[in-house]
Write a protein that binds this ligand. Structure first.
Ligand code: G4P
Length: 528
């Protein structure tokens, strides 16, 4: 096998999706500990925006700092190189998470046993489902009282609309949590939280649950309950089929407690057995397969440099095919120009290192002085446009005004670059050329104002704007499109790429526009 084939086969790139507080940071940390990428607990900082003692701005800055450091966390485990891509916790940054999900090959969803499936998880899993991304579910905090396991599986199926297949099953919960029975490996994993040893797990091979030994270990009641529940599971669910998981049609479910490091290794071992190696990516031109020799990749995230002395930014590139090499000329497809990179960076839990080579599934950071925007492709020479990087129809709007006429240039440049980073979207209203910023969450307005001032030396202020939604318009029928554009003249604008957007004032006007112009298509997600 060539080096390329070996390296490609080793890569597993995934993201962890969770509602804030479900335990994403804790789980990530435990995974890194297993991989030896960090030595102590507490090394991975939560990227939550906590509105506690510090001001929001400071929180935003803190969050940005952390998310650069933890954007990609790589570790080795059982001969594989595992790349975890971090996803922001705060809902106002959900768009970042959606984009990051375009760069992973599989996902682990963390659910809090007491809270069950929460709203944010629902939306993110919907994206995974649409893309057929394989999903593993980890039900966390089993050491706490929570919902019944069957009810949780039901939520996973009804709310997340995933076909669940429990691969482990809890014995009690909260104070009575005794461990899990691993249905895949047929063994009992006993929870020993008081165990002073490193892992609070004791593993007992247990192929026959009818063995009276079980009663001695967990007590008669718990043993009976487990037997009956496992019988039910085996009646309801067909045996686990890896190919169904890989096609995104079946999601294995595990139970554990991340903070106690219980059930984590079990899930990780299963992940290593079943998770997909880098998957092909769709482009407008063709399907790009990871094993192709020619290099290609796309930018899914851009971060401004935290160091104010360095104006450059970091563009995060997911490698889709071939080998990326340092100091080699590649084609920046959108700009039609060749570029080479002298210090492409890989991230290893806050440690940055310059990489000479990177392979499909890897994510590298490229220092950028403003050339990249989200969705950009970099290739060995072929013209490729990667599909599926979503832009969402924003729901909060403000008109942005220049508060310092002497700094117009700085303001425009700042706005331009922040939009390329995907912080928000900028529309120009046709009739008065007003600049409208549209965001998915409210926090972005503060982020923009603060960063314009601190990074670009520009001052802006906002005027409230009552808009319901901005959506993209297409229409195959020229006459129908023309009629729509004439009739809705005052509600039209253009996005930065020059696409027409309809700025609906209210839910009612949105509905009327759709009813009166049946041939016009209104798009609430636009793909870059
Ligand atoms: P997030 O990144 O998904 O937002 O969650 P994070 O890991 O920060 O965990 C949120 C809180 O839940 C943390 O407590 C963490 O210790 C706790 N936690 C995580 N896993 C478990 C578990 O298995 N059992 C229990 N009982 N708690 C768990 P915190 O008080 O917010 O923070 P900290 O002071 O403990 O760090």
């Amino acid at each position: 096998m060539s080096k390329f084939t070996t390296e490609l086969a080793k890569r597993r790139t995934f993201g962890i999706v969770a509602h804030p507080d479900a335990g994403k940071t804790t789980l990530t940390e435990k995974l890194l500990l297993f991989g030896g990428a960090i030595q102590e607990a507490g090394a991975v900082k939560s990227n939550k925006v906590k509105k506690s003692t510090t001001s929001d701005f400071m929180e935003i800055e803190r969050q940005r700092g952390i998310s650069v450091a933890t954007s990609v966390m790589a570790f080795e485990y059982r001969d594989l190189q595992i790349n975890i891509l971090d996803t922001p916790g705060h809902k106002d940054f959900a768009e970042d998470t959606y984009r990051t999900l375009t760069a992973v090959d599989s996902v682990i969803v963390v659910i809090d046993v007491a809270k069950g499936v929460e709203e944010q998880t629902e939306k993110l899993v919907e994206v995974c489902r649409m893309r057929k991304t394989p999903v593993i579910v980890f039900i966390n905090k089993m050491d706490r009282p929570g919902k019944e396991a069957f009810d949780l599986i039901d939520e996973v199926e009804q709310i997340l609309k995933l076909n669940a297949r429990p691969l482990s099953w809890p014995i009690g919960m909260g104070d009575r949590f005794q461990g899990v029975y691993n249905l895949f490996e047929q063994r009992l994993v006993i929870f020993r939280p008081d165990n002073k040893q490193e892992r609070p797990e004791e593993i007992l091979e247990f192929t026959d649950l009818n063995d009276p030994e079980l009663d001695k270990i967990v007590g008669t009641d718990a043993a009976e309950e487990l037997r009956s529940e496992v019988r039910t599971i085996n009646e309801i669910y067909p045996p686990f089929d890896k190919s169904e998981y890989l096609s995104g049609d079946l999601s294995p479910v595990f139970f554990g407690s991340a903070v106690n490091n219980f059930g984590v290794k079990e899930m990780l071992d299963c992940f290593v057995d079943i998770a997909p190696s880098p998957r092909p990516r769709h482009t407008e031109e063709r399907l790009v397969r990871p094993e192709e020799e020619e290099f290609s990749g796309f930018v899914f995230k851009i971060h401004a440099n935290m160091d104010p002395r360095h104006r450059d930014r970091i563009a995060f590139l997911r490698i889709c095919s071939g080998t990326f090499e340092r100091n080699t000329n590649y084609l920046h497809v959108r700009q039609g120009k060749k570029m080479k990179f002298s210090n492409p960076t890989s991230f290893m839990a806050a440690k940055k290192t310059v990489v000479d080579e990177a392979y499909p599934g890897d994510v590298i950071g490229l220092y950028d002085s403003g050339n990249f925007k989200i969705g950009d492709a970099l290739t060995s020479g072929e013209i490729l446009h990667f599909k599926g990087i979503p832009r969402f129809s924003p729901e909060q709007f403000r008109v942005v005004l220049n508060a310092d006429p002497l700094k117009t240039k700085q303001l425009n440049k700042g706005l331009d670059q922040l939009m390329d980073e995907g912080v928000a979207q900028l529309f120009t209203r046709d009739y008065d050329q007003a600049k409208i910023i549209g965001t998915v969450g409210a926090l972005q307005f503060d982020v923009i104002q603060y960063r314009l001032e601190h990074e670009y030396g520009a001052l802006c202020r906002y005027e409230p704007l009552n808009l319901h939604k901005a959506c993209w318009i297409t229409c195959d029928d020229k006459a129908a499109l023309e009629e729509f554009l004439q009739r809705r003249k005052r509600d039209l604008g253009h996005d930065k790429e020059g696409n027409v957007v309809y700025l609906a004032e209210s839910a009612w006007s949105m509905k009327m526009a759709q009813e009166n112009h049946p041939k016009v298509q209104f798009h609430f997600v636009s793909e870059q």
